[in-house]
Design a binder for this molecule. Structure first.
Ligand SMILES: NC(=O)CCC(=O)C(=O)O
Length: 266
C-alpha cells in the first residue's frame, strides 16, 4: 500500500481559499497512491482560534466539495484532515473527513479530546463522542486527531474495533516535537499497528509548527519521517504485517481488562 502524507504549510500570508485550491492540486498530484492524508485544521491552522468561527463550514461545505473532487480525480482514498465544522445547531467541531476514490464521503470523525485546557479549541468547540474506523481494501483505518494522540485508551478502542492502520492528522507545535515522535512510536508499539501521523509546517497564530510527519510500523520502527517544511512524505507499507506481528508477539492477547481500583496500603 502506498500512502502520501501531505505536510501542508499553514501560514497567515495565504488565504484559506488559496490554500484550499493549492492543496486540492497537491492531492491530484498523488494519483497512483492508495491513501493520501492531510493534516488537522489545515484551512485555518489548528492554533488560529480567532478564525474558527469565521471559517467554519457545514459538513458538506467548500472543503468537502474541493476534497471530494480531488479524491475522485486522483482515484485515491483521502483522509482530508479536519475542518472547523459548524453543526446546524451552531456548535463548532474539529471534524475529519475521509473520502473514497469515487469522491464519496466515507467517514466523519469529530475530535474527541479538544486541546487548550481552559481556552482555545477546548472552549470554542464541542467534543466528539464516537470512535471511527474505515475499511479500505487491505486494511482498516482507525482515525484520531492531534491531541487524541496523548490518550492511549482511545487507540485501544480503535484496535478493539478492528483498526490496523492508525491515521492521525495534527497541527503539532515545534516546542513539543519530542512528544509527537515518542507518542507516535508508542501508539504503534502498544497497538501493534501502523501509525501515519501527518502534521503541518509553517507558523500560524505565532505558533511554529513541528512538521516531522511520521510513519511507524507495528514494531515501532520509523519507516519515514518528514523534515520541518512543507513536504509530501510517501511511503510503501504492507498492512498484512500487522497480523503477523500480533501473531508472533501476542501481547494484545495478554491484556487484563476491568482491573479494580488500587487498594491503599495499611
Ligand atoms: N491541535 C492540537 O491538538 C495540539 C496538541 C498539542 O499541542 C499537544 O498535545 O501538545
Amino acid at each position: 500500500m502506498r500512502a502520501s502524507l501531505l505536510q501542508v504549510a499553514v501560514n497567515k500570508d495565504e488565504t484559506v481559499g488559496s490554500r484550499r485550491s493549492r492543496v486540492a492540486g497537491m492531492v491530484r498530484d498523488q494519483a497512483g497512491a492508495d491513501l493520501v492524508v492531510l493534516p488537522e485544521l489545515w484551512t485555518t491552522g489548528a492554533f488560529a482560534y480567532e478564525d474558527f468561527a469565521d471559517e467554519a463550514e457545514p459538513l458538506r461545505g467548500p472543503t468537502h466539495d474541493a476534497m471530494a473532487a480531488a479524491a475522485r480525480d486522483a482515484g485515491v482514498w483521502l483522509h482530508a484532515g479536519s475542518v472547523p465544522e459548524r453543526d446546524p445547531d451552531g456548535t463548532l467541531y474539529n471534524t475529519s473527513l475521509v473520502f473514497s476514490p469515487s469522491g464519496e464521503l466515507a467517514a466523519v470523525y469529530r475530535k474527541i479530546h479538544r486541546f487548550g485546557f481552559d481556552k482555545g479549541e477546548a472552549v470554542l468547540m464541542g467534543a466528539g463522542d464516537t470512535l471511527v474506523t474505515v475499511r479500505l481494501p487491505g486494511t482498516v483505518l482507525g482515525v484520531a486527531t492531534c491531541y487524541d494522540l496523548r490518550f492511549p485508551e482511545l487507540f485501544r478502542g480503535l484496535v478493539d474495533a478492528g483498526a490496523e492502520t492508525l491515521v492521525i492528522p495534527a497541527g503539532w507545535p515545534e516546542r513539543r516535537r519530542s512528544h509527537w515522535t515518542l507518542l507516535a512510536q508508542a501508539r504503534a508499539v502498544e497497538n501493534q499497528a501502523f501509525v501515519l501521523a501527518c502534521g503541518t509546517a509553517g507558523t500560524h497564530a505565532g505558533v511554529p509548527q513541528a512538521g516531522h510527519s511520521i510513519v511507524v510500523d507495528p514494531w515501532g520502527e520509523v519507516l519515514a519521517e518528514a523534515g520541518p517544511d512543507e513536504q509530501v512524505l510517501t511511503v510503501d507499507f504492507d498492512p498484512t504485517t500487522v497480523a503477523g506481528t500480533r501473531d508472533r508477539f501476542p501481547a494484545l492477547k495478554d491484556r487484563v481488562l476491568g482491573l479494580d481500583r488500587p487498594t491503599t496500603g495499611t
